[in-house]
Design a binder for this molecule. Structure first.
Ligand SMILES: Cc1cc2nc3c(=O)[nH]c(=O)nc-3n(C[C@H](O)[C@H](O)[C@H](O)COP(=O)(O)OP(=O)(O)OC[C@H]3O[C@@H](n4cnc5c(N)ncnc54)[C@H](O)[C@@H]3O)c2cc1C
Length: 287
């Protein structure tokens, strides 16, 4: 199929992009890497009157770290982030997760901001952002604002972004010696969206873990924090008994959907295995 007719405008700045969106009364879409948007247009799942292309905005293509945080401009390509020494060193969970996002050809065009703005419930990056307690920087008609990742994802492909707003950057706390991370996912084939996945983050003091965050993807309408399982891991070392209790707690934390890919029971089972794997990664020191 071919897309419905649309107009095209190349934004000259972030403010110009906001202006263009504002003028089109919710009938425009931002064009980033186009890996999801162009397919949606071709299938006529989306028929905007105007595409606002933000590919020329150099200011959105930068990865930077001030020591405490790592900032990703919205137009940073997923492949560039995956290979960035800053990301590998200071946001290793994101580097690890990116290697599971689609295929290299898609990651060459797909952007960090596009994945976060799309908010696919089976996508890796939204769950990582919540696990890392990161936030999202948004530019709109009344200026810039920042929203915690946990408040940004509202529902199925639904975020806090209003029609006239552009996601400008995402920020995550930089890793320290005490940071512990874990990541795992099950997909039918490498590069497919996950049937179930888990991003974990914690802070170690000796063998004791604090600030444990376990965020699943592919098991709900948006990234899902497994709060009861987190509580079972919080405040102690990783030991088999604690991990068993955390896996049992998933019965309260998760209510996975059933679809043609997997039953709810299979997703629950996979969620338990993922927790075991992530717990094991938590107990390994950073090298
Ligand atoms: C075959 C295939 C397999 C895939 N597998 C995976 C996978 O396993 N995991 C995964 O996470 N993703 C997967 N994807 C999606 C891919 O990672 C895309 O990169 C991502 O969905 C969107 O990024 P993009 O830059 O291409 O955004 P686009 O397609 O350009 O935009 C996506 C949506 O976000 C909006 N948007 C984009 N940027 C902004 C912004 N800065 N501000 C406001 N709105 C914005 C657009 O208007 C549009 O609605 C897959 C895609 C394909 C085609």
């Amino acid at each position: 199929m071919k897309p419905a007719p649309f107009s095209y405008a190349k934004a000259r700045s972030l403010e110009h992009a906001v202006e263009l969106l504002e003028q089109s009364d919710g009938e425009a879409r931002v064009l980033a890497g186009g890996q999801s948007l162009i397919a949606a247009l071709n299938l006529r799942l989306s028929s905007p009157r105007l595409l606002v292309d933000i590919n020329g905005l150099a200011e959105l293509g930068v990865i930077a770290s001030d020591g405490d945080t790592v900032a990703f401009g919205a137009m940073v390509r997923q492949a560039a982030a995956e290979r960035s020494p800053i990301v590998i060193e200071r946001a290793p969970l994101i580097a690890q997760a990116l290697s599971h996002v689609a295929h290299p050809a898609i990651r060459n065009r797909g952007t960090i901001g596009g994945s976060i703005a799309l908010a696919d419930p089976a996508a890796e990056l939204p769950a990582c952002l919540v696990a890392l307690d990161g936030d999202v920087e948004i530019a709109g008609p009344s200026g810039r604002r920042r929203v915690a990742a946990e408040d940004f994802f509202k529902g199925l492909y639904e975020t806090d972004l209003a029609p006239g707003e552009v996601l400008g950057a995402v920020h995550v706390p930089a890793a320290t010696e005490a940071s512990r991370y874990g990541f795992g996912e099950f997909a039918r084939r490498k590069g497919d969206y996950a049937l179930a996945g888990l991003c974990g983050a914690a802070r170690a003091s000796g063998r004791t873990l604090h600030d444990v965050r376990l965020v699943y993807f592919g098991v709900g309408l948006k990234p899902v924090r497994a709060r009861k399982a987190e509580a079972e891991i919080e405040g102690g070392p990783i030991e088999e008994g604690r991990v068993r209790k955390a896996i049992s707690a998933l019965a309260d934390d998760l209510d996975p959907p059933e679809d043609i890919q997997a039953s709810s029971a299979l997703r629950r089972h996979l969620a338990g295995i993922l927790l075991e794997r992530v717990a094991r990664q938590f107990s390994e020191s950073r090298s």
